[in-house]
Write a protein that binds this ligand. Sequence first.
Ligand SMILES: [Zn+2]
Ligand SMILES: [Zn+2]
Length: 166
Amino acid sequence: MRKSEDTRNDRRLEHFRTVAREAGLKLTHQRLEIFRELAGTEEHPDAETIFRAVQQRMPTVSLDTVYRTLWTLHDLGLVTTLGPRREGVRFDANLDRHHHFSCVRCGLVRDFESAELDGLRVPDSVRRLGSVADAHVEVRGLCATCQRDRRTSRDPKPPATRGERR
Ligand SMILES: [Zn+2]
Ligand SMILES: [Zn+2]
């Protein structure tokens, strides 16, 4: 792991400890490991992916615990989500203002920052639909790997369904 990632993860973990303490949330080993897993990845994983990863280190953890923990973290403002609140929703521990690139083929999601996009104004027409909590831009396309695959493969794989929910 690169040094900058170490620092970033430490900062996220420190913030987690502070918020949890203030909210009176017990810092159990399981909660810490679940948060650590999410804080250490750029994959924007869903609950099952996090479950499979932490299960390697904690065989006794249940998928239900992972779900409940992630939504607790979400309600404390420690993580955000992509997509509507339901099964398959993906979690994000990056609380800095950012936008997403998502691959329509493999479901890869990556963060990027843009001062220009941060400055976009939400049109008034949106307020007729409901109140606005935040806004970010999702850029969709083919990731570099999928682009390469498509060029080199004569027999393209069918598109993955993961991450496609529109
Ligand atoms: Zn891709
Ligand atoms: Zn993100």
